[in-house]
Design a protein around this ligand. Sequence first.
Ligand SMILES: [Zn+2]
Length: 270
Amino acid sequence: MPELPEVETVARQLAPVLQGRRALGLRRLDPLLRVDAAPRLRGRTLEEVRRSGKQVVFRFSTVERDSRPVWGVIHLRMTGRLIWVGAGERRPARHLRAMLALEGGRLLFYDARRFGTWGWHRSETGFAPAGVDPLDSRLDLNRFVALLGGSRQELKAWLLRQDRLVGLGNIYASEILHRARLSPFRPAGSLSRGEAGDLLRATRRILRRAIDACGTTFSDFQDSRGLTGTYARYLTVYDRGGEPCRRCGSAVRRVVQHQRSTYYCASCQG
Ligand SMILES: [Zn+2]
Protein backbone atom coordinates (compact mmCIF):
# COMPACT_ATOMS: atom_id res chain seq x y z
CA MET A 1 0.00 0.00 0.00
CA PRO A 2 1.64 3.25 -1.02
CA GLU A 3 2.10 5.71 1.80
CA LEU A 4 2.73 9.45 1.65
CA PRO A 5 6.25 9.27 0.10
CA GLU A 6 5.17 6.93 -2.67
CA VAL A 7 2.17 9.07 -3.61
CA GLU A 8 4.29 12.23 -3.42
CA THR A 9 6.76 10.55 -5.78
CA VAL A 10 4.07 9.81 -8.34
CA ALA A 11 2.64 13.34 -8.15
CA ARG A 12 6.07 14.98 -8.44
CA GLN A 13 6.98 12.88 -11.45
CA LEU A 14 3.70 13.50 -13.24
CA ALA A 15 3.38 17.23 -12.54
CA PRO A 16 6.06 18.54 -14.92
CA VAL A 17 4.99 16.14 -17.65
CA LEU A 18 1.24 16.71 -17.49
CA GLN A 19 0.71 20.28 -16.31
CA GLY A 20 -0.38 22.63 -19.05
CA ARG A 21 -1.78 19.95 -21.34
CA ARG A 22 -5.32 20.25 -22.64
CA ALA A 23 -7.71 17.45 -21.73
CA LEU A 24 -9.47 15.42 -24.38
CA GLY A 25 -11.46 13.05 -22.21
CA LEU A 26 -11.48 10.04 -19.91
CA ARG A 27 -12.20 6.49 -21.01
CA ARG A 28 -13.20 3.84 -18.54
CA LEU A 29 -12.01 0.49 -19.80
CA ASP A 30 -13.12 -1.66 -16.90
CA PRO A 31 -16.66 -1.31 -15.55
CA LEU A 32 -15.63 -3.00 -12.29
CA LEU A 33 -13.14 -0.33 -11.33
CA ARG A 34 -14.45 2.41 -9.12
CA VAL A 35 -14.01 5.22 -11.61
CA ASP A 36 -16.71 7.85 -11.47
CA ALA A 37 -18.03 9.15 -14.75
CA ALA A 38 -16.01 12.27 -15.49
CA PRO A 39 -17.58 15.66 -16.05
CA ARG A 40 -16.93 17.07 -19.51
CA LEU A 41 -13.19 17.56 -19.69
CA ARG A 42 -12.77 18.63 -23.29
CA GLY A 43 -11.39 22.14 -23.51
CA ARG A 44 -10.11 22.19 -19.94
CA THR A 45 -6.40 22.43 -19.19
CA LEU A 46 -4.75 20.20 -16.60
CA GLU A 47 -3.37 22.97 -14.43
CA GLU A 48 -1.98 21.17 -11.43
CA VAL A 49 -0.94 17.70 -10.28
CA ARG A 50 -0.25 17.31 -6.59
CA ARG A 51 -0.60 15.01 -3.62
CA SER A 52 -3.36 15.43 -1.07
CA GLY A 53 -2.97 12.94 1.78
CA LYS A 54 -2.48 9.63 0.00
CA GLN A 55 -4.32 10.78 -3.10
CA VAL A 56 -3.03 12.07 -6.42
CA VAL A 57 -5.06 15.13 -7.38
CA PHE A 58 -5.50 16.66 -10.84
CA ARG A 59 -7.02 20.13 -11.16
CA PHE A 60 -8.58 20.99 -14.50
CA SER A 61 -9.23 24.61 -15.44
CA THR A 62 -12.55 26.33 -15.80
CA VAL A 63 -14.04 26.73 -19.27
CA GLU A 64 -16.38 29.28 -20.75
CA ARG A 65 -19.45 27.11 -20.26
CA ASP A 66 -18.52 26.28 -16.64
CA SER A 67 -16.88 28.69 -14.22
CA ARG A 68 -15.79 26.06 -11.72
CA PRO A 69 -12.67 23.87 -11.98
CA VAL A 70 -12.86 20.09 -11.87
CA TRP A 71 -10.71 17.90 -9.64
CA GLY A 72 -9.87 14.32 -10.49
CA VAL A 73 -8.81 12.39 -7.39
CA ILE A 74 -7.04 9.07 -7.57
CA HIS A 75 -6.40 6.66 -4.75
CA LEU A 76 -3.89 4.03 -5.85
CA ARG A 77 -4.54 1.66 -2.91
CA MET A 78 -2.76 -1.66 -3.29
CA THR A 79 -1.78 -2.01 -6.91
CA GLY A 80 -2.81 1.17 -8.73
CA ARG A 81 -0.25 2.71 -11.10
CA LEU A 82 -0.27 5.79 -13.29
CA ILE A 83 1.86 5.71 -16.41
CA TRP A 84 2.21 8.50 -18.97
CA VAL A 85 2.68 7.48 -22.60
CA GLY A 86 3.34 9.91 -25.42
CA ALA A 87 1.41 9.82 -28.69
CA GLY A 88 2.25 6.74 -30.73
CA GLU A 89 3.77 4.81 -27.81
CA ARG A 90 2.18 1.50 -26.96
CA ARG A 91 1.75 -0.18 -23.61
CA PRO A 92 0.25 -3.54 -22.65
CA ALA A 93 -3.50 -3.56 -22.12
CA ARG A 94 -3.42 -6.07 -19.25
CA HIS A 95 -4.90 -4.55 -16.07
CA LEU A 96 -5.45 -1.23 -17.83
CA ARG A 97 -8.58 0.19 -16.20
CA ALA A 98 -8.91 3.76 -17.40
CA MET A 99 -7.21 6.20 -19.71
CA LEU A 100 -7.08 9.97 -19.54
CA ALA A 101 -6.43 11.43 -22.97
CA LEU A 102 -4.49 14.68 -22.96
CA GLU A 103 -2.96 16.62 -25.77
CA GLY A 104 0.17 14.73 -26.81
CA GLY A 105 -0.49 11.44 -25.03
CA ARG A 106 -2.42 9.41 -22.51
CA LEU A 107 -2.25 8.82 -18.79
CA LEU A 108 -2.90 5.14 -18.16
CA PHE A 109 -4.36 3.86 -14.93
CA TYR A 110 -3.40 0.26 -14.28
CA ASP A 111 -4.71 -1.65 -11.32
CA ALA A 112 -4.26 -5.41 -11.05
CA ARG A 113 -6.42 -5.87 -7.97
CA ARG A 114 -8.91 -3.06 -8.60
CA PHE A 115 -8.85 -1.49 -5.15
CA GLY A 116 -7.95 1.87 -6.62
CA THR A 117 -10.50 4.60 -7.13
CA TRP A 118 -10.81 7.60 -9.43
CA GLY A 119 -13.32 10.18 -8.28
CA TRP A 120 -14.34 13.61 -9.54
CA HIS A 121 -15.08 16.66 -7.43
CA ARG A 122 -16.26 20.20 -7.98
CA SER A 123 -14.71 21.63 -4.81
CA GLU A 124 -11.59 20.92 -2.76
CA THR A 125 -13.59 20.25 0.37
CA GLY A 126 -14.98 17.17 -1.36
CA PHE A 127 -11.69 15.30 -1.08
CA ALA A 128 -9.72 17.10 1.64
CA PRO A 129 -8.25 14.53 4.06
CA ALA A 130 -9.58 14.54 7.62
CA GLY A 131 -6.10 14.64 9.14
CA VAL A 132 -3.20 17.09 9.02
CA ASP A 133 -0.41 16.58 6.50
CA PRO A 134 2.80 15.93 8.47
CA LEU A 135 4.81 17.95 5.93
CA ASP A 136 2.48 20.95 6.13
CA SER A 137 4.59 23.84 7.45
CA ARG A 138 1.60 25.11 9.43
CA LEU A 139 1.88 22.05 11.66
CA ASP A 140 3.98 23.40 14.50
CA LEU A 141 4.74 21.78 17.84
CA ASN A 142 1.78 23.39 19.60
CA ARG A 143 -0.61 22.03 17.03
CA PHE A 144 1.06 18.63 17.08
CA VAL A 145 0.79 18.41 20.88
CA ALA A 146 -2.88 19.32 20.55
CA LEU A 147 -3.35 16.51 18.02
CA LEU A 148 -1.84 14.01 20.45
CA GLY A 149 -4.05 15.62 23.08
CA GLY A 150 -4.61 13.11 25.86
CA SER A 151 -5.03 10.12 23.54
CA ARG A 152 -4.76 6.78 25.29
CA GLN A 153 -4.19 5.00 22.00
CA GLU A 154 -0.84 3.27 21.51
CA LEU A 155 1.56 5.41 19.49
CA LYS A 156 1.88 2.97 16.60
CA ALA A 157 -1.89 2.81 16.16
CA TRP A 158 -2.16 6.57 16.62
CA LEU A 159 0.28 7.20 13.78
CA LEU A 160 -1.77 4.99 11.47
CA ARG A 161 -5.13 6.67 12.04
CA GLN A 162 -5.69 9.04 9.18
CA ASP A 163 -7.77 11.61 11.03
CA ARG A 164 -4.82 12.94 13.05
CA LEU A 165 -1.82 12.75 10.75
CA VAL A 166 -2.55 11.74 7.20
CA GLY A 167 -0.42 9.55 4.95
CA LEU A 168 1.45 7.23 7.30
CA GLY A 169 1.22 3.47 7.00
CA ASN A 170 2.83 0.46 8.55
CA ILE A 171 6.34 0.86 7.13
CA TYR A 172 6.99 4.47 8.04
CA ALA A 173 5.21 4.31 11.40
CA SER A 174 7.70 1.69 12.61
CA GLU A 175 10.65 3.61 11.16
CA ILE A 176 9.54 6.91 12.70
CA LEU A 177 9.12 5.47 16.19
CA HIS A 178 12.54 3.83 16.03
CA ARG A 179 14.15 7.09 14.96
CA ALA A 180 12.36 9.00 17.74
CA ARG A 181 13.32 6.26 20.26
CA LEU A 182 9.71 5.94 21.36
CA SER A 183 7.99 2.69 22.28
CA PRO A 184 5.14 1.77 19.93
CA PHE A 185 3.10 0.85 23.02
CA ARG A 186 3.24 4.26 24.74
CA PRO A 187 -0.12 6.00 24.96
CA ALA A 188 0.04 8.86 22.46
CA GLY A 189 -1.18 11.38 25.01
CA SER A 190 1.60 10.47 27.50
CA LEU A 191 4.38 12.15 25.52
CA SER A 192 6.17 15.09 27.06
CA ARG A 193 6.48 18.20 24.94
CA GLY A 194 10.09 17.28 24.21
CA GLU A 195 9.13 13.77 23.11
CA ALA A 196 6.37 15.15 20.92
CA GLY A 197 8.99 17.37 19.28
CA ASP A 198 11.21 14.31 18.72
CA LEU A 199 8.29 12.48 17.14
CA LEU A 200 7.39 15.34 14.81
CA ARG A 201 11.02 15.80 13.72
CA ALA A 202 11.48 12.06 13.17
CA THR A 203 8.27 11.91 11.13
CA ARG A 204 9.39 14.67 8.81
CA ARG A 205 12.94 13.41 8.53
CA ILE A 206 11.86 9.88 7.58
CA LEU A 207 9.23 11.09 5.12
CA ARG A 208 11.59 13.53 3.39
CA ARG A 209 14.30 10.93 3.06
CA ALA A 210 11.82 8.44 1.68
CA ILE A 211 10.60 11.01 -0.85
CA ASP A 212 14.21 11.66 -1.88
CA ALA A 213 14.58 7.93 -2.47
CA CYS A 214 11.30 7.83 -4.45
CA GLY A 215 9.64 5.71 -1.80
CA THR A 216 9.94 2.14 -0.60
CA THR A 217 8.98 -0.71 -2.83
CA PHE A 218 7.30 -3.72 -1.37
CA SER A 219 5.68 -6.05 -3.84
CA ASP A 220 3.50 -3.87 -6.00
CA PHE A 221 4.40 -0.23 -5.82
CA GLN A 222 5.97 1.31 -8.91
CA ASP A 223 6.29 4.96 -9.71
CA SER A 224 4.98 6.69 -12.82
CA ARG A 225 7.96 5.51 -14.87
CA GLY A 226 7.48 1.90 -13.83
CA LEU A 227 10.50 2.10 -11.52
CA THR A 228 10.80 1.04 -7.94
CA GLY A 229 11.80 3.25 -5.02
CA THR A 230 15.06 2.67 -3.19
CA TYR A 231 14.19 3.55 0.40
CA ALA A 232 14.06 -0.13 1.39
CA ARG A 233 17.82 -0.12 1.82
CA TYR A 234 17.53 2.54 4.54
CA LEU A 235 14.94 0.73 6.63
CA THR A 236 16.17 0.33 10.19
CA VAL A 237 13.51 -1.93 11.71
CA TYR A 238 10.68 -2.60 9.28
CA ASP A 239 10.73 -6.19 7.98
CA ARG A 240 13.92 -6.86 9.95
CA GLY A 241 12.54 -9.05 12.76
CA GLY A 242 15.38 -10.96 14.49
CA GLU A 243 18.10 -8.92 12.79
CA PRO A 244 20.36 -6.60 14.80
CA CYS A 245 19.16 -3.04 15.47
CA ARG A 246 21.29 -0.72 13.37
CA ARG A 247 21.76 1.56 16.35
CA CYS A 248 22.46 -0.75 19.30
CA GLY A 249 22.77 -4.28 17.92
CA SER A 250 19.89 -5.82 19.92
CA ALA A 251 17.55 -8.06 17.96
CA VAL A 252 14.68 -6.18 16.29
CA ARG A 253 11.36 -7.48 17.55
CA ARG A 254 8.23 -8.09 15.56
CA VAL A 255 4.86 -8.03 17.31
CA VAL A 256 1.32 -7.86 16.02
CA GLN A 257 -0.56 -4.75 17.09
CA HIS A 258 -4.14 -4.36 15.91
CA GLN A 259 -3.60 -7.04 13.23
CA ARG A 260 -0.58 -5.22 11.81
CA SER A 261 3.10 -6.05 12.24
CA THR A 262 5.10 -3.63 14.35
CA TYR A 263 8.89 -3.74 14.28
CA TYR A 264 10.87 -2.12 17.07
CA CYS A 265 13.99 -2.33 19.22
CA ALA A 266 13.17 -2.94 22.87
CA SER A 267 16.49 -1.43 24.03
CA CYS A 268 16.36 1.77 21.98
CA GLN A 269 12.62 2.26 22.33
CA GLY A 270 12.10 1.49 26.00
ZN1 LIG B 1 18.37 -0.59 19.23
